[in-house]
Design a protein around this ligand. Structure first.
Ligand code: DGT
Ligand code: CA
Ligand code: CA
Ligand code: ZN
Length: 579
């Protein structure tokens, strides 16, 4: 984790603990500061080295917070935070993962019932103790019981967006080591699964001891979980990182094996057996005529193992992209020559869902447009929030404000070298209605409509209704899920996709790593049903345009090809689709 992210985490923790104690205003200030520190493009430790005045250059950071940032960078801890933790010794992160349980609830339940952990919470709910606490009722208690399993599962898995940067850092760190001949990520992180159990790293080397030593010395590693001759595990910023070292001749075999998924590998192994071959983490071996092929892992005649492509080739298959290895029919498709040509990582040409400080974005319209241009996009759609269900605290713009914004967007388009589409992110009501007047929607270039409230139960009818709205161009984050926090709407994706295709509405793959919505499975169903998808970041600051890669790899997991993705088209192509 960068120091910026670390400091931001501490400030968030401050906010949680203050909120739990019902302190007014301060929690908001800490959260705002945390976000700005996270977004700050430079290294926070360099600012801190110049003292609190320098840290105050970050927006939203005043004297008190600046002093704490300096204290943290200098000493590795913050005294006041340690005191707050001592007063409220709870597993805040785990507890607040239960939907409907915020820091304030955690504070109250600790005071009333001494609840510190998820287990405590479950036990109290089952015993009917929570409904007795003032301000809580039977409904809250049932809600907690219903959501605790989801929270438990979430506690064990990390977001891809959190793990991936660590994985990439450890990969380049190891790549620089002289004993390392080959290195790659494996496991779910290489398949770009939305959440990961751990980060798997594979190295090809003849000197396992040297590689293990370098790995356990990795500066980002907080602790060493275990270290052997050929493998080791460390923890870095709360994420487990697993290293395996194999000889370079077997690197391809190991990479194939440890990338998984398990089900994909089972299907491949069965195909190998049909061909009198044996496939494992050491290679592919011809075992025809071998009496006991299982006597030795390397029994039989060596066929492949040095490269991953060779492993697939030995089974008469083309290489299958890691994102597709979920046993969703990819082996059969590969055998039949029907593998898709998944959309390339750099194929997206513009972002069709971004926010500015007109709503809850963090920078101006001009900065968001300049950011899109600097990122290399050909176009961007400004889609600030409209008022409506789910928009609290005056975040959304009413129709008058949207009318005021329109000429500003037109002016930004005139000034910029890239195309700027005037849009909105409207809210989809529980009945499928769209929260902006039709004549205004018609005057805008592009309309994203997204569900932001009532995010449980079946959402198919509601989403189909919105997709059929003549002015709606894109359904934003269709299920409304928040990874590890909220499961979102149940959706019959096939039905939705057919309606979307019939009405020329695209379905979003929201690239925010906390969403990845639609997910890969849904994308696969959607494109098979003929729908078009749009990969958007939903960026609230220019620093977030680069999150698009999480969306593209999610689209690849869903077998989407370039022609399935709206914003791989040029600006005119997008304009034709939305008009
Ligand atoms: P995760 O970490 O839970 O997100 O999921 P994976 O897929 O990364 O699983 P992990 O880390 O347990 O193991 C990495 C890969 O190694 C996995 O995708 C397939 C392979 N693998 C691990 N254990 C087994 C096993 O018992 N049988 C088979 N066939 N493959 C395994
Ligand atoms: Ca893994
Ligand atoms: Ca692992
Ligand atoms: Zn948005």
């Amino acid at each position: 984790m960068s120091r910026n992210a670390e400091v931001a985490d501490r400030l968030e923790e401050f906010a949680d603990l203050l909120e739990a104690r019902d302190v007014a205003y301060k929690p908001r200030a800490y959260r705002r500061a945390a976000e700005n520190v996270l977004d700050y493009p430079g290294a926070i430790e360099e600012l801190a080295a110049d003292g609190p005045e320098a840290v105050k250059r970050i927006e939203g950071v005043g004297d008190a917070i600046a002093a704490k940032v300096v204290e943290y960078v200098e000493t590795g801890s913050i005294e006041e935070l340690a005191e707050l933790r001592e007063e409220l010794p709870v597993e805040m992160e785990a507890l607040t993962r239960v939907e409907g349980v915020g820091p304030k609830t955690v504070g109250t339940l600790y005071e009333a019932l001494g609840i510190r952990t998820l287990d405590d919470l479950a036990a109290a709910a089952e015993a009917g103790e929570i409904r007795e606490v003032s301000g809580f009722g039977e409904k809250t208690e049932q809600n907690i019981l219903a959501n605790i399993a989801f929270a438990r599962e979430a506690a064990e898995r990390e977001l891809l967006g959190e793990g991936r940067p660590h994985g990439e850092r450890v990969r380049s760190y190891l790549a620089d080591h002289p004993a390392v001949e080959a290195v790659d990520l494996a496991g779910s992180i290489r398949r770009w699964k939305p959440t990961i159990g751990d980060v798997d790293v594979l190295v090809g080397s003849t000197d396992g001891a040297a590689v293990v030593e370098a790995f356990t010395d990795w500066p980002a590693a907080d602790s060493v979980i275990e270290a052997g001759e050929q493998k080791a595990s460390v923890r870095a910023a709360g994420v487990r990182v697993d290293l395996r070292v194999v000889v370079p001749d077997e690197f391809g075999a190991a990479l194939q094996y440890f990338t998984g998924s398990k089900d994909h590998n089972v299907t491949l192994r069965n195909r190998a057996i049909e061909r009198d071959l044996k496939m494992n983490e050491y290679g592919v071996f011809d075992v025809s005529g071998v009496e006991d092929p299982d006597a030795d892992q390397r029994a039989g005649e060596w066929v492949a193992g040095e490269t991953e492509a060779g492993m697939y080739g030995a089974l008469d298959l083309p290489s299958i992209p890691p994102e597709l290895r979920e046993d969703w029919g990819e082996v059969e498709a590969a055998a039949a020559g029907d593998l898709p040509d998944p959309v390339a990582a750099d194929a997206v040409r513009g972002d069709l869902h971004v926010h500015t400080d007109w709503s809850d974005g963090r920078t101006t319209l001009e900065e968001m447009v300049a950011g899109a241009a600097a990122f290399g996009h050909d176009y961007v759609a400004v889609t600030d929030h409209a008022t409506g269900p789910g928009m609290v605290g005056g975040v959304g713009l009413d129709d008058d404000r949207l009318r005021e914004q329109l000429p500003e967007v037109r002016a930004a388009d005139d000034d910029a070298d890239i195309r700027v589409f005037a849009g909105v992110e409207a809210n989809i009501g529980a009945d499928g209605s769209v929260s902006v007047a039709d004549d205004l929607l018609a005057d805008l270039d592009l309309v994203v409509a997204s569900p932001h409230a009532a995010l449980d139960g079946d959402g198919t009818d509601r989403l189909v209704t919105a997709a059929e709205h003549p002015e709606v161009d894109i359904l934003g984050h269709p299920t409304g899920r928040y990874l590890n926090q909220r499961a979102g709407l149940d959706v019959d994706v096939e039905r939705l996709a057919r309606a979307a295709a019939d009405h020329g509405t695209a379905l979003e793959v929201n690239a925010n790593p906390a969403r990845l919505d639609l997910d890969g499975r849904a994308v696969k169903t959607a494109v098979e049903a003929g729908a078009t998808v749009a990969v958007n970041t939903d960026a609230h600051s220019p620093g977030r345009y680069d999150l698009v890669r999480y969306g593209v790899h999610t689209a690849r997991r869903g077998w989407a090809e370039q022609s399935d993705v709206l914003n791989t088209r040029d600006a005119d192509g997008v304009e034709r689709f939305v008009s």
